[in-house]
Design a protein around this ligand. Structure first.
Ligand code: RP5
Length: 152
């Protein structure tokens, strides 16, 4: 199952794009607020309670520890979403997530890129789900058609 987590309710505006995309693909998911620095025990319990086939999408802003800490606590695929911060426009979030030291990988998308995080999670599930794979293909075709219809 795909598990969306985020550090604060203030991240939801960004993270709801991931939620919407997963609903579109009719993929099962959970969504909750877990903060690496404000609820570290909850983060630990969450990471230790994951099943082997769970994929985590973790959004956080500022000194964004959440994706890296969850990745350190479990061998699951973790996709980090750097949420745009007010002070440094998300550069702090991006660097905190993307610059993981070697040994623990966090797949990192663009600042506020939660839709792409959800797409990557769906593509990971599609590796063993041909029906979902075809849905991703159809999504791509429709996207291509929309651009072809664009005119100035
Ligand atoms: C991080 O601090 C959260 O991920 C959020 O992006 C940021 C600000 O949180 P709030 O002060 O809005 O709760 O932990």
């Amino acid at each position: 199952m795909i598990k969306i987590i985020m550090g604060s309710i203030s991240d939801y505006e960004v993270m709801k794009e991931a939620e919407e995309l997963l609903k579109f693909f009719e993929v099962a998911f959970t969504i909750e607020i877990i903060s690496a620095h404000r609820t570290p025990d909850k983060m630990y319990e969450f990471a230790k309670g994951l099943a082997n086939d769970d994929i985590v999408i973790a959004g956080a802003g500022g000194a964004a520890h959440l994706p890296g800490m969850v990745a350190a606590l479990c061998p699951n695929l973790v996709i980090g979403v750097p949420v745009k911060s007010s002070n440094l426009s998300g550069l702090d979030s991006l660097l905190s997530i993307v610059q993981m030291p070697r040994g623990i990988g966090v797949a990192t998308v663009a600042i506020n890129g939660s839709k792409n995080a959800a797409l990557l999670a769906v593509q990971a599930l599609a590796i063993s789900d041909e029906k979902l794979y075809k849905k991703v293909q159809k999504f791509r075709e429709e996207q291509t058609a929309k651009v072809s219809e664009m005119s100035l």
